[in-house]
Design a protein around this ligand. Sequence first.
Ligand SMILES: [Fe+2]
Length: 477
Amino acid sequence: MKRRDFLQYSGLGAMGVAATSVMTGCTKEEPITKFWQQGNFRPVSEEVTETKLVVEGAIPPELSGLYIRNGTNESTGIADHFFGGDGMVHGVRLENGEAKWYRNRYIDTPVYRKEKTGFGAPKPEHTTSAVSVIHHGGELMALGEFGYPYLLDADDLSTKGVFNYDGKLTGNMTAHPRIDPETGELIFFGYNVMAPYLTYMRADAAGNMLQVEPITMSGPSMIHDFAVTKNYVVFMDMPVRFSWFSAVAGSGLPFKWDDGHVTRFGVMPRTGTDADVKWFDIPSCFIFHIMNSFEQGDEVVFDAARYDALWVKDSNDFFHPARLTRFSMNMKTGKASVNQIYEKAMEFPQVNRQKWTQPYRYGYSLAVDEVNDTPDLIEQSEGGIRKYDLQTGEVDAYMPGVEYTPGEAIFIPAQESGGGEDEGYLVSFIYDKNTRTSDFCILDATNVSAGPIAKVKLPVRVPVGFHGVWVPDSAMS
Ligand SMILES: [Fe+2]
């Protein structure tokens, strides 16, 4: 069956938007003082394997592979910070139109095993590996904000062990590397609160380290993501800084906004060195996530979820809106420009990853509720999945209502397509507040507002988490 026919007849689109709305609220099983204790932010208590999965609608047969998503899930009570729990991955295996299994597994790290760290700075092995997952060099890698990656077994999501590029990865590795779709090269960095504050790295398609380059920064700041184009990388030096004061005071994550710090972006040739970095002063802001980046004439351009400021009070101060914004650095004039693309709040930007490093037309993100996006009203917040046509300015969104909360939507290119950039699917775990379970949902990326074309009904909930990846069978074989 052709993809278009399949989408036309799969029939779940209307159901997604016609769902009834009944709020049940959150049962307060213990005193709740932190937002990550509430609703679907709470950790789940068990590792589950479920092979008898009910599917509403029909899964496109061309989707054969593994969707896997990472996030924090503290195994012993409640973590000190939303980012601080043990790593847990949630995976759904699809084969020829069937959902074969759902699994959730802790990432088996020394932190999860509660091994003592001893004296001195924590070793790179001592990490939760809880932020993202990527497939590169034939390996499925769980990545954290700090520390080494951990390799996972795609067959059962068990942890195979720590990975450090034959000892060439000397410190931390970012959770947001990019893969060049033309060369297969992995471009990444690590940052640290001790010098060198940032180290740039590249590995070839087979996973062999090609370059390890310490970068001179102004000091220790939070650098969650970076931009990669065909010929350049962009490092972000922003006002969320490591705070010794907060560390001594026992902060769960001792980073804090520093009003006196100038925001700078450093552009470096991808094969360049620290001496080649060209710095651009930028109006003050903070960015966790970049949608995509590319070159246009003399400019290096990236689109990102931009915050006016974040973590002003402390690192639990999340509730500020981010807006999709374009940053352009002109390599000839040395001038930068900043232009907001869309006015409504968003986060977790994504693209067709075949467009990573290249000019692109379509972006995707979560829609974020500005009215109810506070710790007290988190159960009433209305989220959605949004698509941006950056050429026409059109926006298409699936807004399922306050009783459903989508997580990051990952784009999967269609196999049967004419090569259209948005020909494909969006997949996301969507939490149902009524049943307190989650569905693995598949949307047609060319018709996002129609809602899911298929829902894999999970018997458990998938807590709010971070980043995932789709690994097709063709990449695993
Ligand atoms: Fe992230």
